[in-house]
Ligand binder design. Structure first.
Ligand code: CAA
Length: 291
């Protein structure tokens, strides 16, 4: 299946299926309940998708079935030409309290290694569509790491970020040691990861982990508003800009600058670049053709 930009639909590698306990069910058409029910999915006005993690009793602990539902909901929205931004949220109490400890507590090293446990989460960072995380409550362990996979993060006033894996005799495994360090600097990231202490929403904003703090009940609406603003732009340039910013977090500065310059030059192969610059010179609003 081809996406709106002609990309092949992401397929789950074999080891996903080996790890799953059940064959995934198809999404329920026209319903907000998705797949096995671990996420809710909606198409909101203004070209924005809304995905809500839906294991509230377990504080949205990230079990494998939840990953499958989340991956397929995000992939479906990513491939929908009417959707230009996606908001990912949880409940008021918890965005997600981490990987599901009860599901993984009896695993042993050879098995985790051979299945490359947790590697599948990286798939969520390959979306072309901007992902806006709206974090209320606990974002701990894998929950904090999932939040940091988002392109933009907004936090509710009572949000709490943490990497408490050391309290379980393990370490972050979905990017926490890398992304948290890049986001807030080595010393504070090291302190959080080695003590397991949490960071509140205001400190997260002050340190640049999140864009800003919002009242909890207005958080999702604020994130949708950001999504609607993004949806009004030329989508190829949005996806290119997103890719370049994310590259800055993952490569060296020299490689990042080269990558950015090449993608900047590539925008001159699009009609939207010509239209955008011409409209500016002619003092009118651009008409995007998404080409
Ligand atoms: N995995 C599985 N179940 C979890 C869970 C998790 N990560 N977090 C919470 N739950 C469950 C609890 O077991 C409890 O279930 P029961 O009602 O069946 O007992 C339910 O969710 C509610 O949790 P609490 O009663 O503990 O709620 P609380 O308000 O007293 O405490 C909390 C909230 C401080 C977040 C506490 O639940 C907690 O410490 N959770 C674990 C946080 C954690 O250690 N996360 C890291 C996981 S490891 C990881 O993520 C590795 C990685 O990098 C990928």
């Amino acid at each position: 299946m081809l996406s709106r930009f002609g990309r092949a639909t992401a397929r789950l590698p074999t080891h996903f299926r080996m790890f799953a306990t059940q064959v995934p069910t198809e999404a329920v058409a026209d319903s907000t309940i998705y797949g096995k029910g671990n996420v809710l999915m909606e198409r909101r006005d203004g070209g924005v998708g809304l995905v809500t993690l839906n294991r509230p009793k377990q504080l949205n602990a990230l079990c494998y079935d939840l990953f499958e539902d989340l991956h397929s909901a995000l992939s479906e929205l990513d491939q929908d030409p009417s959707i230009s931004a996606i908001v990912l949220t949880g409940s008021e109490k918890a965005f997600a309290a981490g990987a599901d400890i009860k599901e993984m507590k009896d695993r042993e090293f050879p098995d985790t290694y051979m299945r490359d446990m947790l590697t599948w989460w990286d798939q969520l960072t390959t979306l072309k569509t901007p992902l806006i995380g709206a974090v209320n409550g606990f974002a701990l362990g894998g929950g904090s790491e999932l939040a940091m996979m988002c392109d933009i993060l907004l936090a509710g006033e009572r949000a709490k970020f943490g990497q408490p894996e050391v309290n379980l005799g393990t370490i972050p495994g979905m990017g926490g040691t890398q992304r948290l360090t890049r986001a807030i600097g080595k010393s504070r990231a090291m302190e959080m990861i080695l003590t397991g202490d949490f960071m509140d929403a205001h400190e997260a904003a002050q340190r640049g982990l999140v864009s800003r703090v919002v009242a909890p009940d207005l958080l999702v609406e604020e994130a949708l508003k950001v999504g609607r603003k993004i949806a009004q732009k030329s989508q190829p340039s949005i996806s290119m800009a997103k890719e370049c910013v994310n590259f800055s977090m993952e490569g060296s500065l020299a490689n990042g600058l080269l990558f950015e310059r090449r993608v900047f030059q590539a925008t001159f192969g699009t009609k939207d670049q010509t239209e955008g610059m011409t409209a500016f010179a002619e003092k009118r609003k651009p008409t995007w053709t998404q080409n």
